[in-house]
Design a protein around this ligand. Structure first.
Ligand SMILES: O=C(O)CCC(=O)C(=O)O
Ligand SMILES: [Mn+2]
Length: 200
């Protein structure tokens, strides 16, 4: 990468979208390499397999997760008591707050072990996030395709979320769009995603 490409990769740029706001930065500026952060998050996190209730039935989530920060969180009929932020998470949070100008008090970590792990389509529209939440998503490890589907129009947006990138969802996005990560057919290495949120 030359100096100009480097600067472009480290700038948060708006992605044009109707009914919400989206911004993307290819490389979040951090003191450690994405590889080092991936290794530490993988090894230092107390990963849990969670069961969630969908239409009254319990299912194992096809990924591992952890909830850290300063606030309780409820979703899919479960309450998650947070573990405190780790120094590494606080470092990433500070970089994300600097890049986005938003403040966060919680983070959900998701570990996609291979191509069979996924996240079903959903919106981050829990009441405690407020009507127009800013949610900052940071990814490490293997790239995966993040898919946005409009709730009422036949419109789909696909974004490749690669190692060390930052995606900001804001405005009315959660009201009008759902998002998810599909399984992949071909072999895929592990990926860790962190979504920073402000629980009100
Ligand atoms: O893994 C991702 O990129 C999506 C994560 C997500 O949507 C969430 O944690 O709510
Ligand atoms: Mn989400």
């Amino acid at each position: 990468m030359d100096l100009f490409e480097d600067a472009a990769a480290s700038t948060l740029s708006a992605i044009p979208i109707e009914d919400g706001q989206l911004a993307f930065q290819q490389r979040l500026l951090l003191d450690l390499s994405p590889e080092e952060i991936f290794r530490r998050l993988r090894d230092e996190t107390d990963w849990r397999a969670e069961q969630i209730q969908v239409w009254g039935k319990l299912h194992w989530q096809p990924r591992l997760s952890a909830w850290h920060g300063e606030a309780r969180y409820r979703y899919s009929g479960k309450t998650f008591d947070p573990q405190p932020f780790t120094p590494l998470q606080l470092h990433i949070k500070q970089a994300v707050e600097q890049a986005t100008g938003c403040r966060f008090n919680s983070v959900l970590l998701n570990y996609y072990r291979d191509e069979r792990d996924s996240m079903g389509f959903h919106a981050d529209d829990e009441r405690e996030l407020g009507p127009e939440p800013a949610i900052a998503s940071v990814s490490f490890g293997a790239p995966r395709t993040f898919i946005l589907k409009h709730r009422t129009r036949p419109q789909t947006i696909k974004l490749a979320l690669g190692d060390g990138c930052l995606l900001l969802m804001a405005g009315t996005l959660q009201q009008h769009w759902t998002h998810g990560i599909n399984k992949e057919r071909a072999a895929r290495g592990p990926r860790i995603n962190l979504t920073f949120r402000l629980i009100l």
